[in-house]
Design a protein around this ligand. Structure first.
Ligand code: PGA
Length: 319
């Protein structure tokens, strides 16, 4: 059986083959299943990464399976003060960002107004959560209507911190997504396995179950970005290797193709989250099914977040 390891920093090849690498995964997805030896996998993978046409003009995408625009979100979580957020916004306003990336930041609710009023329009605002239905007598909650009123375009739903610390389940998250979409917010729909689930070989089962809960609840995937965030990689400094991320992303795309449609599989952005930083983003971005990032800790530093946004350039080469 083919075993892979990543050696993505080498000058010649993006991939090398040696030690077992698909740790914890029950099975490979369709594209990878087709390969059962080093020799058969190598040409297949290389062909996915190769430029699609040598005749294309100077800079073009070489490693993008999906057709959606690269997407980078910054999840500020429960961090910041008026002062630190003023500085972060000013740093972000000073950065030079590549044009072909959708950029979103998710400040804590309390600071959304401040950020909306001071941040460049180049960057859209997301909430980190929303109430499951229309606002009303729900103490401590924030409604989708209020988020829209204050200028939010997106909401992050299904984040592992809400699943595993707050206790939100698949069904509740699916309902939240459906309601947010019905009111015109885009949804950053998070999925991802715990370490013990990965070690038990259940990574795909968990991700597909979480995906299905979204799919069962939403009428359309038009305004959904999927964020694959392995829980063991979030806030731990233990980033998934590019191939560990890629193998789940390709499986997610394949799931969408089989269970929703080929069109949705192609146009839905599948972004990676979990200890992404300025140093590892470029190698991750080279993976063809990684369409961007959801960034926590590193999004609190303006210049580093800009580096991550601009890693879209590593998807391109000069002709
Ligand atoms: P991290 O968080 O980048 O700090 O690991 C990612 C996330 O939770 O979205």
């Amino acid at each position: 059986m083919a075993m892979l390891s990543t050696s993505l920093s080498g000058p010649k090849s993006a991939i090398s083959y040696s030690a077992p690498h698909f740790s914890g995964l029950r099975r490979l997805c369709t594209k990878l299943d087709a390969t059962n030896s080093h020799s058969s996998f190598l040409p297949n993978f290389n062909s996915q990464l190769r430029c699609s046409s040598p005749r294309k003009p100077s800079r073009h995408v070489v490693a993008m399976a999906g057709t959606g625009t690269f997407f980078v979100g910054g999840n500020w979580k429960c961090n910041g003060t008026k002062e630190s957020i003023t500085k972060l916004v000013s740093d972000l306003n000073d950065t030079k960002l590549e044009t072909d990336v959708d950029v979103v930041v998710a400040p804590p609710f309390l600071y959304i107004d401040q950020v909306k009023a001071s941040l460049s329009d180049r960057i859209e605002i997301s909430a980190q959560n929303s109430w499951v239905g229309k606002g009303g007598a729900f103490t401590g909650e924030i409604s989708v209507e209020q988020l829209k009123d204050i200028g939010c375009k997106w909401v992050i739903l299904g984040h592992s911190e809400r699943r595993h610390i707050i206790g939100e389940n698949n069904e509740f998250i699916g309902k939240k997504a459906a309601y947010a979409l019905s009111q015109g917010l885009g949804v950053i729909a998070c999925i991802g396995e715990l370490l013990e689930e990965r070690e038990a070989g259940k990574t795909f089962d968990i991700c597909f179950e979480q995906l299905k809960a979204f799919a069962d609840a939403v009428p359309s995937w038009d305004n959904i970005v999927i964020a694959y965030e392995p829980v063991w990689a979030i806030g731990t400094g233990k980033v998934a290797t590019p191939l560990q991320a890629q193998e789940v992303h390709i499986a997610v795309r394949d799931w969408l193709k089989k269970n929703v449609s080929e069109e949705v599989a192609s146009k839905t952005r599948i972004i990676y989250g979990g200890s992404v930083n300025g140093g590892n983003c470029a190698e991750l971005a080279k993976q063809e099914d990684i369409d961007g990032f959801l960034v926590g800790g590193a999004s609190l530093k303006g210049p580093e977040f800009a580096t991550i946004i601009n890693s879209v350039t590593s998807k391109k080469v000069a002709a």
